[in-house]
Design a protein around this ligand. Structure first.
Ligand code: FE2
Length: 297
């Protein structure tokens, strides 16, 4: 039955249930970010707690800013830099530089106190800073795990490409077109950066139990079974199903740049207080006490 397979495939295609516009705001003393969530109308997209599109901002010499010492507990912060140069240091002595294309997957777990600042040379020279930071929640059983860093330079991020060359993918987490990421995640997470040329068509298989979204930061995308139009600065939230379809029309003026995020929802209570994300009010109070006592991180 030649038609059956096509119908089966279509029946599991996800549709876009909501398109949210990123809110523009100034973070950490004046750093411009665009934030699809958390917002007043979308507090989280389980298991993702935050998606920040950093810049792009063109800093004059001596003007670049970042985030000085601050704590985290109970989740992971993932920084993916596209342009510029950052420097990361934590209270336990870990230090690392982030260059364009690099990824830092930091599992704060029981606690990290760190700074995320422009690299001194970048601060002096100025230039364009552009990237992303996402926060991934940890399950209750792993919220107090030992902190862990996965600092992956751009050259070691696996890439894949479609046979027609119109779909190029940086596989930060998960798998795409048979290429497996090298980053190890606590819960199954897919984090893909797509560059989709005009005429590109990609069906990304995803487990049916995962929440999935596509954030467009360049060009325009048609997403999901209904070809929902998603513009720059918008995130498309996919509904139930398996495959997520990403299409760029042949007549598009240029490529679309898209982040695809997917993960299995934790479905646990979320108690959130700034840089601490736990399951209960009591655990937040404990985190605040530990931070003040100097025993966090
Ligand atoms: Fe941080």
């Amino acid at each position: 039955m030649p038609g059956t397979k096509v119908n089966e495939r279509v029946s599991v295609l996800r549709s876009v249930t909501q398109v949210v516009s990123a809110q523009a705001l100034l973070e950490g003393g004046g750093f411009p970010v665009r934030r699809p969530f958390p917002t007043a109308s979308l507090s989280l997209f389980d298991p993702f707690l935050l998606l920040d599109h950093l810049g792009p901002v063109n800093w004059a010499p001596g003007e670049a800013i970042g985030a000085p010492d601050h704590p985290h507990r109970g989740f992971e912060t993932v920084t993916y830099l596209l342009a510029g140069r950052m420097q990361h240091r934590d209270s336990a002595g870990h230090q690392g530089d982030l260059e364009p294309g690099d990824v830092q997957w930091m599992t704060a777990g029981s606690g990290v106190v760190h700074s995320e600042l422009p690299h001194p040379e970048f601060f002096a020279s100025g230039g364009v800073l552009h990237g992303f930071q996402i926060w991934v929640n940890l399950p209750a059983a792993q919220k107090l795990m030992a902190p862990r860093y996965q600092d992956i330079p751009a050259g070691k991020i696996p890439t894949s490409c479609s046979a027609d060359g119109k779909v190029r993918i940086k596989v930060i987490a998960g798998e795409a077109l048979g290429v497996q990421a090298m980053i190890d995640t606590v819960i199954p997470i897919t984090y893909l950066h797509f560059t989709l040329e005009p005429g590109a068509r990609h069906l990304q298989p995803l487990d049916g139990d995962q929440n999935a979204l596509a954030y467009v930061f360049g060009g325009e995308l048609l997403a999901g079974a209904g070809d929902t139009r998603v513009s720059e600065g918008e995130a498309a939230l996919f509904g139930a199903g398996e495959g997520a379809l990403l299409v760029v029309p042949e007549e598009a003026e240029g490529p679309a740049e898209v982040l695809l995020l997917a993960g299995r929802p934790l479905n646990e209570p979320v108690a959130r207080h700034g840089p601490f994300v736990m399951n209960s009010r009591e655990e937040i109070e404990q985190a605040l006490r530990d931070y003040h006592d100097g025993t966090l991180g």
